[in-house]
Design a protein around this ligand. Sequence first.
Ligand code: PLP
Length: 451
Amino acid sequence: MYYNNILETIGNTPLIKLNKVAADIPALVLAKVETFNPGHSIKDRMALKMLEDGEKRGDIKPGGTIIECTSGNTGMGLALAAVVKGYRCIFTTSDKQSKEKFDMLRALGAEVIVCPTNVEPDDPRSYYSVAERLSKEIPNSYWCNQYDNLSNSQAHYESTGPEIWKQTEGKITHLIVGVGTGGTISGTARFLKEQNPDIKIWGVDTYGSVFKKYHETGEFDEKEIYPYITEGIGEDILPKNVDFSLIDHFEKVTDKDGAIMTRRIAREEGIMLGYSCGSAMAGLIQLKDRLTKDDVVVIIFHDHGSRYVGKLYNDEWMRERGFIDEELQVKDIIAKKEEKSFLSVSHDETVRNVFNMMKDNDISQMPVMKDGEIVGSITETAVLTFMLDNPLNNTEKTIGTIMGKAFPLVQEDLPYRQLSRYIDKKIPAVIARDKAGTFHILTKYDIIHAV
Ligand SMILES: Cc1ncc(COP(=O)(O)O)c(C=O)c1O
């Protein structure tokens, strides 16, 4: 069996159970992982549908030009279709989108025009206005206009919805989806609610977008609009593809929570996704108290993480935006220690003296030194055990004869989380040497106290 071209591989994506990231959610959580589409996003579905409906209506003829304003994913789907069907593609996009997205579109032969993000939609420089102007200037061109072209939501009514219904054997109780043009949520929801009107439909929105307030109050509030970092969801317009009557609730998610969750899904589920997927998941966790163990939730994951490698998967990028805290290092724990003196015992000290020293200083473990070097370690338990076992023989015996292995020596700049590789039941402390050559001991207590 083979496919006649790449476009035939669009759709029929898998539904995958989420385990670790959904651990606190009482329901069964299944992800519709749309990265399996050939353009690595759900938007392949609607791109092909918009183009084919345009062809049927005669809006574009062979050899014509496809024009679209796209953050990249719709462009990718259109570019694939254009290659197979022989069209020229011009995309207008905003400068906040990942560079990887533009490069991939150009790799497929598309022309990409990057427009400023922070201008009004009706500003002649906005990516909507530029697309509109080009569609008027270029003969035999077809501006798909994914925001208002209802072929967008129809694609999901015809494919995404039926796939989810079949894959869950009609057991789905909740659908949660990030909302941009609204095509995915509206088309999928329309199909699912026709099968079972009780299915709850939750849309995920960003701070800086108008959707939630409009849905709850009917007011288009311009004060809700401000720049945000999340890609693909939230809008400063009301696209015709958003059918607010099908959506039961909008949940807003911060840029930070979306980014952190996207990284967690990669590390905890092995599914590498784009930004809006983390937002959708973070939104679902915010809503977890509305779910019960009998619920079956489907979450749609829109696109692949490869387009975000230089962004949310890059620690530097995350840190610059305050999305990850500077990681505490061993030297930070040393700095936070109230008692900085390094107490040690000489290997030839008697067990009795060491016992008294530990008692007087209220310490549970110490390094053992010989000629300025650490040669071993002694713990309260070891000293006590020896003294109980040898009640008459603890004034003469030296600590060097009963000491244990030296505590591990770690680098000052070691991230504190990695200390768990060294410290366990048997090893209660590590030693670090600072730049001046001074030794410091870090005990379990010091670490817990600093964190
Ligand atoms: C990454 C990403 N997430 C979510 C969405 C939102 O999907 P829809 O436009 O169908 O509402 C888009 C759409 O552009 C997207 O590219």
